[in-house]
Design a protein around this ligand. Structure first.
Ligand code: M6R
Length: 608
């Protein structure tokens, strides 16, 4: 979390820095700040709250053409002006912006305090400024490298020196940093989105690397021994377009509506209808390799974990290969078993989630075979895995993930088809699976054109004290995802549960009128869902049902019903999740929530 940006060039730095912060605000929006080097001094402004507050505060600021800036997601220290970045040394000659966490903060701070250093903030970042000052003998990069020897933890760092109006120092360990090489200007940022308006030529800094940045470019060195690294310049591809709301009130709504196209992109060029098979180029797995896979283990967090749960059901169902999904933060820290015959998949929209990255590193360390299922091209998880599948959902800006989920599930279903064809799935069955997948984008389009009584459902849910989401089989992860969306952006207490398990506890939560959102498309467990529907209605619950169009029997049992186009069961989550995304959106809108930037959250969670 947190977004950092730094600029050195021939143009005024301030507008470029503020624009870059706006594009990275999804990384955190507790406070924002900027430092420019102007006439041999540091000019610093910081504000609590959104980047727009800072933008107003610095309007008409000095035309300096070198500076650093930051948008914060608070970890160490409350959401206050003194805790906003940049942080400076005692003499205010060195300014630092930081994304990451200093794990040995207490020990380092105690030492600095004992040496008489006065701290102005409660942050871990301020430690960098003081350590760099202590090591500074006129050479900025040497000072930063020396200071970093004391740090245990993660950082993406940019440092400005009042004494050096033409250079910046950047360093990375565990938090992403990309350097954009423009024409007479160089920009460092946590995310290429903040750079792409100025240049598509970039260098990705790797862990334990440090760079001196001038308007002419970047000199990258190994942190430990100082040897120079001739890093290749890469070109950002067209996926890094500048995301705009395009007439929608919020990014989330736009992204919900993009799902027919984003699912299409996840399928494009990958399905072989005649062969009843599929191909995923980046996977680097031959049919023989696929045949040797004894189990599939997917790792992810939040929505990406739910995508893994969904895919695991399809893999077992269609390919008959044992499959499971794991929460990355649990997996990585429990001394996990990494079977050599397992295929691991790290699912992540951002490709920067610290817990998922940590799990990937643990799997690799234990000799496991791990593939990325990632949206952001060139992200840390994609690079660390070195092979896998891009889901191509396009930039997802709203903190609540929507189109990434359906693209992740789609990509994993494509893999499922490949895996299944190396085993029990016949040509005809494979062709049917391929057709079902190819049919999804049109069905999503059809649903979005006539989304049913979502507004009415939102009125019911917006006034509820508690909401229960229920689903069986393929619809269980959808229920979890629906509840996560509602919590995340509308802040309504709710939970997702397997319909059959509900009677073992959560049924006690039901009162007269409690909304129960039941996901029950046509499929193997439909009739069981009917029993569960009756059970909750008998306790006074009001059932809002997501069901297959044409299933009139089920429709007539519900208090309110939202039909989605009928599909094969294994692709049903790609349809049934959409009304739940829309429901959360509409409830949040009715309650006046900040939909694209919900409280306490950030789009990519780069801390543990
Ligand atoms: O970028 P990732 O897919 O790795 O992010 C994982 C979760 O942080 C993310 O899905 C989170 O749960 C979303 N805000 C949910 O909408």
């Amino acid at each position: 979390m947190c977004g950092i940006i730094a600029y050195v060039g021939g143009e005024p730095a301030l507008p470029r820095l503020v624009d870059g912060l706006r594009r990275m605000e999804y990384r955190g929006y507790d406070s924002a700040g900027v430092a420019l080097v102007v006439d041999g001094s540091l000019w610093i402004r910081k504000n609590v709250g959104r980047v727009e507050n800072l933008a107003r505060a610095v309007d008409g600021g000095p035309p300096g053409n070198i500076g650093i800036a930051h948008t914060r997601w608070a970890t160490h220290g409350g959401i206050t002006q003194p805790n906003a970045h940049p942080h400076v040394d005692t003499d205010q000659r060195i300014a630092v912006v930081h994304n990451g966490i200093v794990e040995n903060m207490n020990a380092l701070k105690a030492q600095l305090l004992a040496d008489g250093v006065e701290f102005r903030s409660e942050t871990d970042t301020e430690i960098f400024a003081h350590l760099i000052r202590r090591a500074y003998k006129g050479d900025p990069q040497a000072a930063v490298a020396s200071a970093l020897k004391h740090i245990r933890g993660t950082y993406g760092l940019a440092v400005a020196f009042a004494d050096h109006p033409g250079l910046l120092v950047a360093a990375r360990n565990g938090s992403p940093l990309v350097i954009g090489l423009g024409d007479g200007e160089t920009i460092i940022a946590s995310d290429p989105q903040a750079i792409v308006a100025h240049t598509r030529r970039v260098i990705y800094l790797q862990d334990r690397e440090i760079a001196t940045i001038t308007r002419e470019g970047a000199n990258v060195h190994h942190m430990e021994d100082g040897t120079e690294i001739g890093r290749e310049i890469e070109l950002l591809d067209n996926d890094y377009g500048l995301a705009e709301r395009g007439g929608f009130e919020h990014f989330m709504l736009k992204e919900i509506h993009e799902q027919s196209e984003s699912i299409e992109r996840a399928l494009r060029g990958r399905i072989q209808v005649r062969e009843g098979n599929a191909k995923l180029g980046g996977l680097e797995m031959s049919p023989r390799d696929l045949r040797a896979v004894a189990r599939v283990i997917m790792i992810g967090c939040g929505t990406s974990y739910h995508a893994g749960l969904t895919a695991a059901l399809a893999i077992e169902d269609l390919a008959r290969v044992p499959a499971r999904a794991e929460i990355a933060s649990e997996f990585r820290h429990r001394h996990p078993i990494v079977p050599p015959d397992a295929a691991f998949f790290a699912i992540s929209q951002s490709g920067e989630t610290a817990d998922t990255l940590g799990a990937v590193q643990e799997i690799m360390l234990k000799g496991g075979d791990v593939h990325g299922v990632v949206n952001v091209v060139g992200s840390t998880i994609a690079r660390t895995c070195g092979k896998g599948v891009y889901v191509y959902s396009g930039p997802e800006i709203a903190v609540a993930s929507t189109k990434a989920f359906t693209s992740q599930v789609t990509a994993m279903l494509v893999f499922t088809l490949m895996l299944a064809r190396t085993r029990n799935l016949s040509l005809e069955q494979g062709q049917r699976v391929a057709q079902a997948l190819l049919g999804v984008p049109d069905k999503v389009r059809e649903y979005l054109a006539a989304p049913g009584p979502v507004q009415k459902a939102a009125e019911i849910v917006a006034n509820a004290r508690y909401v229960q989401f229920l689903g069986r089989g393929y619809s269980y992860p959808v229920a979890l995802e629906g509840a996560l969306k509602l919590k995340e952006i509308a802040y309504i207490p709710c939970e997702g549960y397997p319909s059959g398990e509900m009677k073992h506890g959560p049924i006690a939560m039901l009162e007269q009128g409690t909304p129960v959102i039941m996901v029950a498309p046509r499929g193997s467990q439909r009739d069981k869902a009917i029993s569960n529907l009756r059970e909750v209605q008998a306790r006074g619950a009001r059932v809002i049902l997501v069901h297959s169009a044409g299933d009139d029997e089920l429709r007539d049992m519900a208090d309110l019903s939202i039909p989605v186009p009928a599909t094969s069961e294994f692709v049903s989550p790609l349809l049934t999740v959409i009304p739940l995304q829309m429901l959360a959106y509409e409830v949040a809108r009715k309650l006046g929530r900040d939909i694209d930037k919900p409280r306490n959250l950030a789009k990519s969670v780069t801390v543990e």
